[in-house]
Design a protein around this ligand. Structure first.
Ligand code: C5P
Ligand code: C5P
Ligand code: ZN
Length: 486
């Protein structure tokens, strides 16, 4: 049973969701600006499909971040209505254009709830068009994604839009919201219920390793990073040998077998062998528990394709977005299974190669350990758009300590430094909030930043890296130990 306070918060959030839906439905044209990652692309797709169904014409555009230039463009076009998806909350005070609507889940600039009283709407009319769970004590990093926030308004617009819940789930797993509990929780659960009731999604308990449906079995083990399989991850020969010793045929005629091709008995045999392997190699119960969890399957997609499992779908969207092809992802979400899917799959192959190259580069470079953070600099050898994913992979690799957050740098096209920071769930439980620290440290050195407690990013000037790191050291120490050890 939710507490009275939680109930009031949910009602407050729902009122904003509805207010935003009503505002959008009253407009004759809408420009959707989405964040160019899996969550932003799924969210913008939900928004554009809902508008098309409502007969409201719209344009869609994707951006890496909302910089001054973008904000100026939005503020100068007062006759248009803008719907910001998976971004905007970190800069809401900079909008002078009254026709800006925001559906976001990033840490807001300011906790307006604290100003206006728990669960009540802010007195500022703008907040009626600014839907963000954080204003209502709902955790935007685990309970609902940007696509989920858009979905809730789309459902308010028309209950027929509940088929779009699948895209909201793709957005949530794209933002790793299932990662902490190995299942989706919070408001994501309601979105999932909608998808199940509408008969567009099924939930299964299965192995959580990426590539269940599309990677040959030994490759699936070789690339497993969550959990790391000691002695198997990153070792192709060891993975094939391991499976052969278990008596699992790797091929079926000409075809490589994937996890989904195994019989029930074979699956149980491999899963229990992997669990014993993790325990024997000292990874502990924790890693074992991460092996099995919920997987979310889109019923309208063919089994064995890159679109059937929500996690694989989201990776495909990320591969589009991170290389400036958000519109390709939008077409795939809208149902294109021809040219656009072909382009997306090509981008995905390229993305996998880039990630593998970047991770091995970081291995060569080494990660420099400070007192409360560790860092590496990808300079112009790691794309700024993927440096955050790389930072997360390195932190989770087991090859660097995970008792402090990781900060990664890379040069961006606009001659700046892109910063990405990642923490673990345990660090967040100990009080680390990277959104707060990265925002403050970047502003201290003249940059901008924000994000979530577990994953945050920023842009700073070249040459400011050391100053930024020093400030992060100070802030993370304070978050870990409170004000006492200033
Ligand atoms: O901008 P947005 O909110 O969509 O992005 C969230 C980011 O946080 C994603 O890049 C996601 O991979 C990252 N994340 C993470 N670890 C988590 C949760 C989220 O790296 N446990
Ligand atoms: O870019 P990266 O994957 O590191 O971003 C991590 C999180 O921080 C994402 O949710 C992203 O939207 C957010 N972020 C931000 N402001 C920036 C850069 C990233 O809010 N300047
Ligand atoms: Zn998001």
């Amino acid at each position: 049973m939710p507490s009275v306070e939680r109930e009031r918060d949910l009602q407050g959030f729902h009122a904003t969701i509805k207010g935003l839906a009503d505002t959008i439905l009253s407009r004759s044209h809408v420009t959707i600006i989405g964040h160019v990652d899996a969550d932003g692309i799924s969210g913008a797709s939900i928004a554009s499909i809902a508008l098309r169904r409502a007969g409201i014409p719209c344009d869609v555009r994707f951006v890496k971040k909302l910089d001054e230039n973008e904000i100026n463009i939005i503020n100068s076009r007062v006759s248009d209505t803008f719907w910001l998806v998976d971004l905007g909350s970190g800069s809401s005070s900079k909008f002078t254009n009254k026709a800006v609507c925001i559906s976001d889940h990033h840490l807001p600039e300011k906790d307006l709830k604290a100003d206006s009283g728990r669960g009540q709407r802010s007195i500022f009319s703008f907040e009626e068009r600014h839907a963000n769970p954080h204003f209502y004590g709902i955790d935007g990093s685990t309970e609902i994604s940007g696509a989920g926030v858009v979905y809730l308004s789309a459902k308010e617009m028309n209950n027929g839009n509940t088929d779009l819940a699948t895209l909201a789930i793709v957005g949530a797993v794209g933002d790793l919201q299932d990662s902490a509990e190995c299942r989706l929780c919070g408001l994501n659960r309601q979105v999932l219920d909608d998808a199940i009731h509408r008969d567009v999604m099924t939930v299964a308990k299965d192995i959580r390793i990426f590539g269940r449906e599309t990677r040959p079995l030994s490759k699936m083990l070789q690339f497993s990073t969550d959990p790391i399989l000691p002695g198997l991850t990153n070792d192709a020969v060891a993975c094939s040998r391991y499976l052969m010793e278990l008596g699992i045929p790797l091929t079926d005629g000409e075809k490589w077998r994937c996890w989904i091709d195994l019989t029930k008995v074979e699956k149980a045999q491999v899963a229990s062998a992997l669990c014993n392997h993790l325990l024997d190699s000292g990874s502990g119960n924790w890693a074992c528990k991460r092996l099995i969890g919920e997987v979310y399957l889109l019923k309208s997609e063919r089994i064995g394709t890159e679109l059937h499992d929500a996690k694989e779908f989201s990776t495909l969207l990320n591969a589009c977005g991170r290389y400036g092809e958000g519109m390709v992802g939008l077409s795939i979400c809208a149902g294109d299974r021809g040219d656009k899917l072909e382009i997306g799959l090509r981008l995905q192959r390229n993305h996998r190669g880039n990630l593998a190259d970047a991770v091995s580069l970081v291995k060569d470079l080494g990660v420099e350990r400070g007192r409360f953070i560790q860092h590496f600099h990808g300079r112009d050898e790691i794309l700024d758009s993927i440096v955050g994913i790389v930072a997360g992979m390195v932190l989770g690799s087991g090859e660097v300590p995970s008792d402090v957050p990781i900060v990664a740098f890379a040069y961006s096209e606009d001659d700046k430094v892109k910063v990405s920071a990642r923490a673990t769930r345990e660090l967040v439980q100990r009080g680390i909030d990277l959104a707060v620290a990265v925002k403050a440290a970047s502003e201290k050195v003249g940059g901008t930043g924000g994000g979530h407690n577990i994953a945050a990013g920023a842009t700073i000037s070249i040459g400011k890296e050391q100053e930024f790191l020093a400030e992060m050291e100070r802030l993370i120490e304070r978050q870990m130990f409170g004000e006492l050890t200033a």
